[in-house]
Every structure is written in structure tokens, then in C-alpha cells.
Design a protein around this ligand. Sequence first.
Ligand SMILES: [Zn+2]
Length: 315
Amino acid sequence: MRYIVMDLEWNQPLSTRSSLYRRLGSRLMFEVIQIGAVMLDEGLRMIGSFNQFISPSQYRTLHPRISRITGIRQDDLEEAPEFAEGFARFVAWCGEDFVLTTWGCDDISVLHQNIAFFVKGHPIPPVYDLQRLFGEIAGDTKNRAGLKSAMKTLGIQPSSEHPFHSAVDDAYYTALVFQRFPDPQAVLGHQQSIRKIGRVRTREHEKTDTLRFTSLAQALISRPAQQPNCPVCGKRANIPEGYVMMAPDRSRALADCPDHGLLFIDLILEEDDQSRVQVKRTALLSDEQSPAYIKTKHLQWAKKVAAARQKEISA
Ligand SMILES: [Zn+2]
């Protein structure tokens, strides 16, 4: 039996207000533009890799953000086959008798939606989640570690030959992580369920608290900023990437509640009616909780945080 580690990149509509998105969005929210995969034998030795660009036939223009994150350019996709053909090549490469794995659960939902849209009725093998197995091994099943953080934990160095957020390179790094797992077959205990992707409106949840700080800098390093409470359940949420200063008196971060998903956290410096300076913290649950949306948001945010830090260093 062989293991296949798969990673996908996808395009998103240029605007959620476009007529194209309004027409297709509920059936096709993201369009796959790259399938990357690495094949491992039973002893977890890498025995092959697969890299296929796919030309989007619906959301044809590559979103600048996606291009920035993945390094994929419109040119890369011009000569590529459309999804049905690209996916058929992947299926042929996989062969028979394999266990399909990914890091995290967004890819399977996006893949499922693309298959349903472009090659209706094509069977999909079960997909197993290496991220959840990593959490189990690390003794922290609630925390969904990013691939980079898992690599750091395991002492795996990224190399310039393999840039992050290219599907085949992310699959390669995921395979390196997988190779460190004591029992590869344990992944069979973590089958992914497919989540429906689409615009889901949840009830608006927003909560505002006043923090007793007189500067934003102090507030930013405090517990209420670093582990803000989820506005729905009150549990402490994680901030994987950090804060970005939006204005001199305002910083924002993305947080994750293990039960409720993506939150926006704002810290705002303001004066109360007695001219005392205080920091207001607002936690807002995102009304968009599809896994692919959350992944995209976090990638964008990580870039923003890195850019803000770079600016600080060069200033
Ligand atoms: Zn919560």
C-alpha cells in the first residue's frame, strides 16, 4: 500500500458581487488551479511526485491575492488543461491501492466541490487528515497546527528549492512531516468529512470589552489581546499570526476559536467621557466560516503581519 500526500491551490472570484459569482458561487466557490502530490511507499520513502496546473474555466482571471500567495502567474495556467483533464491525470498517477492524505481539511472540501461541478458523479476515495494525526501525536487535539509550525516542532528546515504555498512543495513538506510519525497507519483513524462550501450566514456575534490599559503597546502584549475570548462561547482563542496596526489607534488580528472558527479582534485606543485613555477590545465572529475562506484569510494575514514587521525593522 502506498500513501499519497496531496495539496491543492485554488483561484477565487475577483469579486463576490460579480454576476458570475452570484450565478456559480453556491456550486463553485473556488476553482482548483494546481494539484500537487507526493507518493510514499509503505516505509514512507518518497517514490514519486505529481504537479499539475489547471486552467480555470469559470473564474478565469487569477485573483492577484492568489497569485501573490502561491507565486502562480496567469501564464502558468494558459497552456494547462482544464479540471476534468488535469484531475484525470491525477487519478491515473495515483493508480490503485493507495491512502490519500492532506494537511488539514480545506482541500478535500474544495476538491469535492470541483469534482461535483466538473466531473459529476466521479467517485472520491476517502481522504485522511495528517494535521489531526499530528495534533494527536503532539497531545493537543484542539490545536490545528499549521504545516510550518509542525515542521518547526519536528526540526524540519524549509529550503529555498521548495517555496511554501506551491501545491507540490507543500505536499513535499507535508510528506517530510509524515515521515516523522511513529505509526503511519494511524492516519486511517482520521478520515475527513466533507464540509459544504458556500456563503453561510451565521448570526452576528460581536462582543466589546474595555481593557484597563493606557497605551496600545501595553494592551497588545497582554493576555486579553493575545488570548481573546470567543464572543460566542467565551473560551480563549488563539492568534496564530499576530496583530497588524491598521491606524495609530487601532490594531487588528485574526483569532480562531476551536469551536466557532474565525474571529476578528480589534484593539482600539480611545478616550472615555472623563478623558481617560482606555483600550477597547472588539471580538467579532466572521459570518464566513468555510474552511477555504479561513485558509485564505490566514494566508493573507500572515503576509500582512510579515510586511508590517519588515516595515518596523527598516524604519
Ligand atoms: Zn467559541
